[in-house]
Design a binder for this molecule. Sequence first.
Ligand SMILES: [Zn+2]
Length: 71
Amino acid sequence: MSPRRTARCPRCQQPVRLDTSSFPFCSKRCRLIDLGKWFNEEYRVEKEEREWIEGEPHAKAQSRRERSRGE
Ligand SMILES: [Zn+2]
């Protein structure tokens, strides 16, 4: 077994063959878990950003209403 032909699964650190269809993960399960982890992290960031942005349209709508009332 040459070290060139194997890598370690980023998820469970098990040796993975380079010809594995789920490379660089040892299995589809590990790949899905890792993708899910990324998805959760992205979702969390997106949610925080959305909460932060949600404050703006409200303020914008308010200022727009004030402006139309002034015209
Ligand atoms: Zn794995």
